[in-house]
Design a protein around this ligand. Sequence first.
Ligand SMILES: Nc1ncnc2c1ncn2[C@@H]1O[C@H](COP(=O)(O)OP(=O)(O)OP(=O)(O)O)[C@@H](O)[C@H]1O
Length: 637
Amino acid sequence: MSGKPGATSEQITLTDIDVEQRGHDNSYLENQIVQSLSWKNVTVVVPDRETKQPKEILSAINGEVAAGEMLAIMGPSGCGKTTLLNVLAQREASAKAKVSATVCINGQTPPDSAFRRLSSYVEADDALIGSLTVKETLSFAAKLSLSGVVTATERIRRVDELLQSFGLMNQANILIGTLVRKGISTGQKRRLSVAAQLISAPKILFLDEPTSGLDSAASYKVMSYVRNVAKKNKLIVIASIHQPATKTFELFDKLLLLSGGKTCYSGSIADVKPYFDKIGFEMPVQTNPADFVLDLTNIDFESDGDVAQGKIAQLQEAWASSPTALDEKARIAAEYNSTSEPLTLASEPMHRRYMTATLILLHRSFIKSHRDVVVYGIRFGMYLGLAIMMGTVWLRLVPIQSNMQPFTNCIMFGSCFMSFMAVVYVPAFLEDRMVCIKERANGMYGTTAFLLSNFLIGLPYLFIIAFVSSTFTYWMTNFRPDGQAFMVWVMWMYLNLVAAESLVVLMSCLFPNFVGALALTAMANGIWMACDGFMVQLPALNPFYRYVFSYIDYQAYVFGGLVVNEFGYRIYKCAETPDGCWCQWDTPLKSQCLIEGVAVLNQYGYRLGETSKHVGITLGIIFGMRLMGWAAMQWRK
Ligand SMILES: Nc1ncnc2c1ncn2[C@@H]1O[C@H](COP(=O)(O)OP(=O)(O)OP(=O)(O)O)[C@@H](O)[C@H]1O
């Protein structure tokens, strides 16, 4: 973005007090800072997907919106609406895009941080936590953006005001809805998404397709709530919108119509018809103006491509040379030239207070974790079922030679399957991640607070799962009957679950879509299972798998730890034969027809006395996976 050196007029300073002082008489939402938002020469060039040559997807777009006005950005699919909205909101326009643009508030180009404090962006798809109620959603948004900035009483007042303003008072205590529990309607979710972004009192609101997926009645309702709030508080609203009904279209004050990345109209809604009549595209009476302009600019379904392109070029040229366009350009330039003080921001960016944010997120995750069965409930049930199944399949094994292999198999099955079943966590983590991405982009908190709270909230639940499931498997199977040995078993199972969940988090951060994350986690589990030393003992493992995977295979350390726990300190009876006794392994106790379990450890290459080292390595692997997950989320910013 281009900046402007040496400016002179009123300086915009947004302090904490500034945020708080919005009246106890007036609404806190009231905008007394931003008089106008304008932009000139917004041009975006991307390397074309096929030819790799530079391709202009937005060309020299100008526009302006005053306080209290709502602007609709419209045009056929692919005309550049979202790209423009992203540029105006100072977000990444498109992958590898080169952006040249001047975006001004009151004629000044504010620093990015000031711009972010003054604006909020509501994305096309709602990212809400389904297990929270409507009121809780707003309360957490308030805590995350305003803790330490306004008092708790003021936060509650803001939440109530927003519930009232968006017609959500009657739904305040209703859950938003999860995969297994129906909640509020799609239109109510949209209103809630907008309301949640208003809690920090932005002066400019960007809405990406706020009515997508809604019928015309619900679309009208959403936009009329937005309009009422915007008018009452003099907010600027800029929304990209598809095919609104006449009533919804008329809620807007201005239209910016794009086609092929260029402007075909920019101005008031009231002037749409006169303008198009004047340039020779007469709008029939009783026609929805939104439908009319979209039909005019959409050439996707035209049979004669050259004629259609010619029509679009005619519309673009007509606009570029129109007196209205030239006036608008001159006005924006004059406003830009008349001011010069740089904008400053007095307070620290909110996400710096990550300890506070971590605690608030922990509280929110706690509510989600016990209300939403998908998070831990389903896993608890599955692990319990698996534990009982294992306990009954390998029921009451006595310590005799012929049961040494079944004991080993049970350890292998338990450690691998416990890890594998963590894939059930993928959808819950992806929901949280999506919410985090949006809240982070609006400056509410950072990746560290999110991943730290996500890690901490899992620890007690995973311990409960490990303890309860181990209680069934361990005692029903008849592993070494010793309280301390049981607790060592629980510890390894716990580490296994924490590592498995860390793997899910890493894969979901690297490939944040359901199928991708699921497939990769399953594949990684397959590799860990194959290289954990049971299928092929480590000395015999192919060097590639041995050196690339086996040393970072947490399942290998878990399997080894459990095998040592069972066989390191137990004696088994050899098989009785008609000739007396047959021992599979020679150990010092052979003369007594007994085998020391250590023989099994020798077979697998495990040694006693390495538990602490292996616990340390497993903790290191867990830490490494979490760190890589963090890096992946930061990298995808
Ligand atoms: N790397 C690229 N190579 C070629 N074209 C690209 C590239 N990146 C973006 N585009 C094009 O830029 C245009 C603008 O995309 P954008 O998402 O802003 O459109 P839109 O109007 O919001 O579309 P929709 O209404 O369908 O969401 C699209 O036609 C898109 O195909």
